[in-house]
Every structure is written in C-alpha cells, then in structure tokens.
Design a protein around this ligand. Structure first.
Ligand SMILES: [Zn+2]
Length: 164
C-alpha cells in the first residue's frame, strides 16, 4: 500500500471511502476528486476530513484537476464548520504520517474555541496532542446530527467561483 492508486484495501482513508470501515455520519459531500466526512478521531464534534477519493500519498502528487478543486472545497468546508458550531478558529492541517509512513493524505479541519484556554495549556498542535492523548471520540449521535446539518449546508451554500 505504498503505491498511489484508486482504492487500496487496508488503507483507512480508502476503506472509509468505500464502505469497508464504519463511518459515523456517512459521506457528507463529494466533488469529482475529493470527499468530506466527519473525523473519526478524537478532535471533537465538527472536525471534518477532506481527502482525495484517489489513494494519493503526497500533496505534490495531486493532479491539476484535484488541485483546482481543493481551495474552494477547503473554504466551503470551513465555512460549514463555522456556521454550525461557531468556533473562534478552524484549524486546517495535514500530517498523514502515522507510524512514520506516508499515508493517504487527508486534511483535518478542526473547530477550536478561545475558551479552551481554560482546560488546555496551548492551542494548535499542542491542543491536538492533548485531544489525541484523551482518545475521546465524539458521541456518535452528535456526529450524525452534525453530518446531517453539514450535508444540508454544503448542498445549499453557493460554490465559490473565480470571479468574473
Ligand atoms: Zn488510500
């Protein structure tokens, strides 16, 4: 599973794309080349994953078409999070290096709030480490409810166009 391809069994991102792995909330949105789903990790309700449908291991390997869809999709997905859970910031990050092995790239879009300063020492990656250590995956019913609203929002929100 180090080769890039269209569907690699045993790759968590591909398994979620193709229904071999349980995905609370289901697929929220898809473009021709990308999919949006709720994060299955411990980053709270409202954390979304944006990833290519194709098994792709490096941002540098994205095609021109995949790249063209990415900016608008990240913008629309973060506005969706903002509209539903009203965070003070939405983190957008991509590591895809679990076990020191390049994996199917996936952006994590995570809502964050200033008030988390009361329970966490530092924001950003430090907050993510805290949340990973807690291992607290969000309640399934809340994830499903968020996914339903996000699906509706993304379907109705006008696509960002390149002006003109
Ligand atoms: Zn994959």
């Amino acid at each position: 599973m180090t080769e890039s391809g269209h569907d690699v069994e045993g790759c968590l991102a591909c398994d979620l794309n193709n229904g071999r792995q349980d995905l609370p909330g289901g697929r929220i949105y898809a473009t021709e080349h990308w999919t949006v789903e709720h994060c299955i990790g411990p980053f709270g309700v409202g954390a979304l994953i944006v990833k290519p449908l194709r098994h792709c291991l490096h941002v540098a390997d994205l095609t021109a078409e995949e790249t063209a869809e990415l900016g608008p999709l990240l913008q629309r997905s973060t506005s969706t999070i903002e509209a539903i859970v009203e965070p003070d910031q939405v983190y957008v990050c991509l590591w895809s290096h679990a076990g020191w092995t390049p994996g199917h790239i996936h952006f994590v879009l995570q809502p964050s709030w200033n008030k988390l300063s009361e329970s966490h020492e530092k924001p950003g990656p430090s907050l993510q480490v805290d949340m990973l250590r807690s291992g607290a995956t969000p309640p399934r019913d809340e994830v499903e409810s968020f996914a339903k609203r996000a699906r509706q929002f993304l379907a109705e929100a006008p696509a960002v166009t390149s002006g003109a």
